[in-house]
Design a protein around this ligand. Structure first.
Ligand SMILES: O=C(O)CCC(=O)C(=O)O
Ligand SMILES: [Fe+2]
Length: 199
């Protein structure tokens, strides 16, 4: 796991949150046995249709952070899938899951995911004019052959970029108050056999 605390400034976070609040949104789906479905037993949050130009700009920044620190990630990932813009209102959550394929019918892009990138736009503490929320911590269940398995709890901070392997189990605790805003993208490998790369 790795993080960059000040990937975006508070002013940039405020801009993205504003654009999210102005964009249409729909309840976020999950992929189950190859199909995208609403599944409140697993996930409850909103997916925002974010303006394309903004989206491309943020996606490029996330991908270049990965590229610049590539050596640390020991990965053949070469493109970013996403980004997606999510809001979690009071009562929202994302139960334990992995961001990779779990079923033979799952879309190939899931099997190509290598690293999950989360960009947090706000946090629990007041920062400038950014909205705050309570609850909504991310827990990642790290597995490491050299270390004992452990859970790492991440409390989002505005502007923080977090990276973890997409194969790790993780979950977002229920938001208890306010709205939690986050951007998610997946560094993926075009060489994945699932995407037609060499086997
Ligand atoms: O918002 C987070 O902290 C994690 C979200 C997540 O796990 C996902 O979108 O796949
Ligand atoms: Fe996830």
């Amino acid at each position: 796991m790795a993080s960059a605390p000040d990937f975006l400034s508070a002013a940039e976070c405020a801009d993205v949150i504003r654009a999210m609040n102005e964009s249409p949104r729909e309840p976020a789906q999950v992929v189950r046995a190859g199909e995208s479905v609403l599944d409140p037993s697993l996930r409850s949050c909103f997916d925002h249709h974010f303006p394309e130009d903004h989206k491309r700009r943020i996606g490029e920044r996330m991908a270049s952070y990965f590229d610049d620190h590539r050596a640390a990630f020991e990965s053949d990932a070469d493109f970013l899938y996403g980004p997606y813009f999510m809001s979690y209102e009071k009562g929202s959550y994302f139960r334990a899951h992995r961001d990779v394929a779990n079923h033979k019918d799952d879309p190939p892009r899931l099997a190509a995911h290598r690293w999950s990138l989360l960009l947090y736009l706000n946090g629990r503490r007041a920062t400038g004019a950014l909205p705050t929320f309570d609850g909504g911590a991310l827990t990642v269940y790290e597995t490491d052959s050299r270390l004992r398995d452990r859970r790492v709890v991440v409390v989002p901070e505005p502007g923080m970029l977090l990276l973890f392997r997409s194969s790790l189990m993780h979950e977002v605790a229920t938001v208890l108050d306010g709205t939690r805003y986050a951007v998610a993208g997946w560094m993926s490998s075009a060489r994945s056999p699932a995407l037609g790369g060499p086997r």
